[in-house]
Write a protein that binds this ligand. Structure first.
Ligand code: LLP
Length: 443
């Protein structure tokens, strides 16, 4: 690490300069090229190397404050969805802002505790929780489990009985609403999906939950999908959940305290109109205001998506089959979204040449599906030039892999005019750390 680079630990300890800004104000240009807040991206590239993820604290703070202000008229808490970006530095920053968390694995629970969260700050979602994960979460005293099936209820009951504890549960119900997301893989709240308890079975499952001695049924939960820019799925889903709540309270002894409306709020990747969060807050308030329920939101992408970029250097240029290729040192192992969902991410030069070209921007991985952009008008960047892939703060690093034995990229957090490497670049030694050179054969 170079001069002036802070470690994650001392960064978290002294908090840093507090800046707030929208993502548009955070990535700006001056004579040194593109900056993140007060730091030139070329400085970060020289220091941390490329490829590298860079996140703006100010952009995360600003998105948190925007969404929180929009929903604070109801009794709401934002439980950040750790899967979007699980860096401990990002989790710590959100903790300082007052966020709770939504986790989906024992590994995310471990990260959450390392980042200083208490069990009470955490809801545990996910369709396939193992007994081990359930035990760990019970010991950590999570706020509640969002339960996805009747069988899961019984497993939680068994583990809670063994530990002599009462497990707080909410039922994740599939509200069976039509959802328009850019890719079918990010729809979850439609009929026939693996997620949630089918709506017409939810009352029966609630009766089971309230009959099991070591469970306390505390709430209902839904998550309709990801990158959603319309309010209708939330409105319809919420109406269904509120109706179900009345039925449950009429037919069982349970008295519900929480309504978890999931995550999914969209961010702009290109020129889409951004979600009107203030209006979103009004829509939610109109439905749940006066219900007496505590509202939980599980935003992931909305808080971190546009706060991050993937910084990459051009390695080569070539022409093939009449097409231009820009070959970068980042590829699908760093940012899987273009390849996996055909997702659009803006690509810009850190120091534009003023000339553009139409090219495929591709990575070094031995897969034809390894691209960051296809047939795109981009800066005519040459070998050695720096590019940024925008909107890489959510589902970027967390979905990266070691395919082709590529060490995973570092993560850098910027705050005002300083920055810190918060995740080191993996080394070759890291790649083989868990491998056994001389196998210990057993039979
Ligand atoms: N809550 C639950 C139960 C979820 O399954 C998810 C995301 C979230 C909250 C947060 O959703 P968000 O606010 O970030 O949209 N890898 C995909 C996105 C998959 C999302 C999975 N679940 C992508 O890169 O677009």
């Amino acid at each position: 690490m170079g001069k002036g680079v802070l470690t994650a630990r001392n960064f978290a300890a002294d908090g840093g300069a507090r800046t707030n800004a929208t993502s548009a104000e955070v990535f700006t240009r001056d004579t040194e090229g593109l900056r993140c807040e007060g730091v030139a991206l070329s400085t970060i590239a020289d220091d941390a190397g490329t490829p590298c993820f860079v996140y703006s604290s100010a952009a995360i703070r600003s998105q948190y404050e925007r969404l929180y202000s929009a929903v604070k008229q109801v009794d709401a808490r934002l439980h950040y969805s750790v899967k979007a970006n699980s860096s401990i530095a990002v989790l710590s920053l959100l903790r300082e802002l007052g966020a709770g968390l939504d986790i989906v694995s024992g590994g995310e629970l471990y990260r959450a505790l390392q980042a200083g969260y208490n069990g009470r700050d955490i809801v545990f979602s996910g369709v396939g929780k193992t007994e081990r994960e359930i035990e760990e979460a019970l010991r950590a005293q999570v706020l509640m489990f969002n339960v996805e099936s009747e069988q899961e209820l019984h497993v939680i009951q068994d583990v809670a009985t063994r530990l002599d504890l009462i497990a707080p549960v909410a039922l994740r119900v599939n509200p069976e609403v039509l959802v328009d997301t850019p890719h079918p893989y990010t729809r979850t709240g439609e009929k026939g999906m693996k997620f949630g308890i089918p709506f017409d079975e939810a009352l029966a499952v609630a009766k089971v939950a309230s009959s099991l001695a070591n469970l306390q049924l505390l709430g209902l939960d839904m998550h309709v999908g990801s990158q959603i820019s319309q309010f209708a799925p939330y409105e319809v889903g919420l109406q269904r959940l509120l109706h179900l709540r009345r039925e449950i309270e009429r037919e069982t002894e349970a008295r519900l305290e929480y309504l978890d409306i999931g995550g999914g709020l969209a961010v702009t990747y290109d020129v889409e109109r951004s979600v009107d969060v203030e209006r979103f807050g009004e829509v939610i308030a109109a439905l749940v205001g006066g219900s007496g329920l505590k509202i939980i939101l599980e935003p992931g992408r909305f808080l971190v998506g546009n706060a991050g970029v993937l910084l990459t250097r051009v390695l080569y240029r070539k022409r093939s089959g009449g097409k231009e290729f820009i070959i970068t040192d980042a590829g699908m192992t760093d940012l899987l979204r273009p390849s996996h969902y055909n997702a659009f991410h803006r690509i810009e030069a850190v120091n534009p040449t003023g000339k553009t070209t139409i090219a495929d921007v591709v990575g070094p991985i031995c897969e034809s599906g390894d691209f960051l952009a296809l047939d795109r008008q981009v800066d005519d960047a040459q070998p050695g030039d720096l590019l940024v892939v925008r909107s890489a703060g959510a589902y970027g690093f967390v979905m990266s892999s070691n395919y082709n034995s590529r060490p995973r990229a570092p993560e850098v957090l910027v705050d005002g005019d300083r920055y810190a490497v918060v995740t080191r670049r993996e080394s070759y030694e890291d790649l083989i750390r868990n491998e056994i050179h001389r196998p210990d054969w057993r039979s």
